[in-house]
Design a binder for this molecule. Sequence first.
Ligand code: NAD
Length: 482
Amino acid sequence: MKEVSTIVILFGGSGDLAHRKLYPALYSLYQQGLIKNHFAVIGTARRPWSHEYFQNQVVKAVKEANGNVEEKEVKEFASHFYYQSHDVIDVEHYIALKELASELDKKYQAQGNRIFYMAMAPHFFETIASHIKDQQLLGSGFNRLVIEKPFGHDLATAEKLNQAISASFPEDTVYRIDHYLGKEMVQNIMPFRFSNSLIEKIWNKNSINNIQVTLAESLGVGTRGGYYDGAGALRDMVQNHIFQIITLLAMGRPSDLTSEAIHQKKQELLASLVIPTPAEIKKSFVRGQYLAGSNHPDYRHEDQVDENSMTETFVAGKVQFAAGPVAQIPIYFRTGKDMKEKLSRIDIVLNKEQPLYGEAKEDVISIIIDPVAAISMMINGKKITGSALRLENINYEFSSKEMDEVPDGYVRLLRDVFLADRTNFTHWQELKQYWRFVDAVEETWQTENESGVEMDFYHPGEMGPKKADDIFESSDQHWIFN
Ligand code: NAD
């Protein structure tokens, strides 16, 4: 593989994401030869670490992620890491960073190429972006910006952040990461839809009755109460992961597989996103909070959570498009914390044929994203039970090979950044539409809060509040997974 020469400047170098995901992912790219001799990583954060201490942390992170690594190779990899301690709001920091970056550029012949990675609390993103510009941190070769979620808190803050970023980084150099887009089965949605005539032929409203996206977590907020209480399930999960999945399910067939063609189709679809009215939100959306469990209090008594909090730990709702292959078909979603089990799945529910056999159920195609990667079909068949004949759902399941052989989402996404492939990153035009939708729901909820409407509650281990079973447009629709 051809090596990419670059200096990576990582804001948040001592953080959890860097340790658990980014260092192991970079190591994997190093093993693949995508980065080898002509790269260096500058980690920046507040802690007063030395280069040596940082390098030891990188070795530790790689070993924690892969049990079986060769000591010499990991140490050689870690020798490319440098640490710069400073506060992100301090101008001097950027001047020192610039000097270190040029020094390393010469040492490693990185050709003036820079990748800036913002892996910090999102309220710093704008400050970092403006200092990169003011202190002229850009290199003389390519410059790319990788930015973690959340991108803004609503459309207005996202627009402000985007403005700050675009002063240094044109849209085609910005990589807004959504790690769901790196997951095996999310990456499989397009090939599944566009390489199988069986599937492509039924991907329309004559055949599909409704689509369901479920992203469930089995734990509560734990130590992240402070962040979560300012966000909630709609902003934390729907605005990004759920919308990305829905976009892949609803977009039309791109003319080819270039990033431009794919983003063009996504944007065509999103221009037709139906923004729900307050009346529709009241009818088709449910928000909930978890109650106390055996090992944690109810959400409002979690650490760093406001005891009168109206932040939802669960949301169910409906998305519809006016155009595209599944125009007008209801796409239901739900996501939450402290639910029955940790899983991510998509269920495509087909229209029920007038059955000759009365007991026939609707056919369902399911794409299971986590915890295993699988596609299954629930179709009607004949089963012999004793002397009687009866119809039963048969589950045809294809599972991808061992999950450990599948590269982690961050390995794929970082590789794409090095290779300048923006297919699996969120374009600003897409993000804007996601925020418009989320803002409409948030505004309605805010009005409800002001008039004293209470949240719905659910017990840990349930699939959200009971009311989430009543959001369907017609009485024969129901959640496939329960
Ligand atoms: P973290 O709190 O573990 O790390 C934050 C980093 O920022 C640390 O290195 C800290 O030293 C540094 N920092 C904080 N204040 C600073 C300051 N004033 N000046 C300089 N450095 C400062 O956070 P994290 O979990 O690594 O998350 C980072 C980003 O990644 C967030 O945007 C988060 O939403 C996103 N993210 C994290 C995960 C994950 O698994 N941790 C997953 C997906 C997305």
